[in-house]
Design a protein around this ligand. Structure first.
Ligand SMILES: C[S@@+](CC[C@H](N)C(=O)[O-])C[C@H]1O[C@@H](n2cnc3c(N)ncnc32)[C@H](O)[C@@H]1O
Length: 386
């Protein structure tokens, strides 16, 4: 069977995320091919609709997924007793004439009418129906979303099986009780992607710079056990409140988690000892990234900020050497925009050859989360102990 996955804004991250999750499900990642800058296609006998939906619902970096339609006519020749609600989306790179979508919708509707099937169609505001249109109109349950998928020289059709639940990501971003705008928070989608990049099916994840807990929150939704720590007592308490809120809002039922104060640069020996005795499978984190920046930096300023982050990461590495028996680390290293280009820290300055950097095994693109016009960008690394 052939399936399509529509990538989010950061292609490299999404591609790596999907492949790591497929590995969890025992699916060969060689079956994943690039169709266009927006679409990956999986052609594998090891997957079916149910697995695609299950895989998709874990992901943070994808917009929709569905099956490729071999023959559009026989697909549209469907039988229905109740009103069919359908929509059409265009996923391609060209300027597409939106009238074509309208015309095709009318054509489909008329064909249904001839066969006494009543139907209603929804048009996208631009090219693609958004997640709210698809979910509030129950398109996937009461009919279908037909996707016209294009690359430079080919056009194919797809039927959406699942669409990203943007509402719930937004709810966790904005409605959680504790928000820390001063220190900054990860977008929940990126936190979700990072959890998936761990490639872990289950186990315990530690975020040693938890802030208000975005990574622990997404990790707990995925069913991992959580350790969360931070130098700041208030951050620890914010993480606890946010995890409790997840439970109150039906995101999680029973999870094992512990949040505690811990300074990575001056590790309390008792806690270190405890960590040593705990089976931690992966460490996933965003470190302190320096104070928020509003203007492009002078290179010397960036070097200064980076040297603080470097120092912190080296201290973190020491703790890892002393107390971490697991094999996986997924981490962020910041880059700063300067008048002389971007400045960052090499991951090899922190982790020597005892650690494999897995990024290139999953994508040729950089694993980067970078907003337009941002001054700080996040580079993501997947490390595995040899
Ligand atoms: C960028 S924030 C992390 C934000 C978090 N990912 C979130 O989404 O809420 C970095 C965190 O590192 C913590 N931190 C800074 N220095 C630390 C240290 N020496 N040991 C432990 N945590 C530290 C800060 O208190 C801050 O909460």
């Amino acid at each position: 069977m052939k399936y399509f996955f529509e990538l989010g804004n950061f292609k490299g991250l999404s591609e790596a995320e999907l492949k790591r999750v497929l590995e969890i499900y025992g699916i060969n990642t060689d079956t994943v091919k690039n169709f266009s800058s927006k679409i990956l296609i999986i052609d594998s006998k090891d997957i079916d609709n149910e697995i695609v939906v299950r895989v998709f619902n874990r992901l943070g970096g994808f917009i929709r997924a569905g099956e490729i339609i071999d023959d559009l006519d026989s697909f549209l020749d469907l039988d229905a007793k109740e009103k069919v609600v359908f929509g059409i989306s265009y996923i391609g790179n060209k300027d597409f004439d939106i009238d074509k979508i309208q015309k095709l919708s009318v054509q489909i509707k008329n064909n249904f009418k001839k066969r006494s099937i009543s139907s209603r169609y929804l048009l996208p505001k631009k090219y693609e129906l958004n997640s709210a249109q698809v979910t509030t109109n129950s398109i996937l349950e009461k009919g279908f979303e037909l996707c016209i998928i294009e690359n430079k020289d080919q056009q194919i059709y797809g039927k959406t099986l699942a669409i990203q639940d943007i509402e719930s990501f937004a709810q966790r971003d904005y409605n959680k009780p504790k928000i820390d705008t001063k220190m900054g928070m990860l977008p929940p989608k990126l936190a979700r992607i990072m959890c998936n990049l761990s490639g872990l099916k289950e186990g315990t994840i530690w975020d040693p710079f938890c802030g208000s807990g975005t990574i622990p929150m997404e990790a707990s939704i995925l069913g991992y056990n959580i350790l969360a720590s931070d130098i700041d007592r208030e951050a620890v308490s914010a993480t606890k409140s946010n995890i409790i809120w997840l439970g109150e809002n039906g995101y999680i039922s029973d999870i094992l988690y512990e949040a505690f104060q811990f300074d990575i640069t001056r590790p309390d020996p008792k806690i270190l000892n405890k960590l040593r005795k705990t089976d931690i499978d992966a460490i996933i984190f965003e470190p302190y990234m320096g104070p928020p920046q509003t203007k492009i930096l002078k290179p010397e300023k960036a070097e200064m900020l980076l040297s603080d982050v470097r120092e912190l990461l080296l201290r973190f590495r020491k703790v890892v050497d002393n107390s971490f028996k697991g094999r996986v680390i997924v981490m962020i290293i910041p880059s700063y925009k300067t008048f002389k280009g971007w400045k960052t820290i090499g991951v090899r300055e922190i982790f020597d050859k005892r650690w494999n950097i897995l990024n290139k095994e999953y994508t040729q693109e950089d694993l980067k989360w970078e907003r337009n016009n941002s001054i700080i960008s996040r580079n993501i690394f997947i490390l595995e102990k040899r």
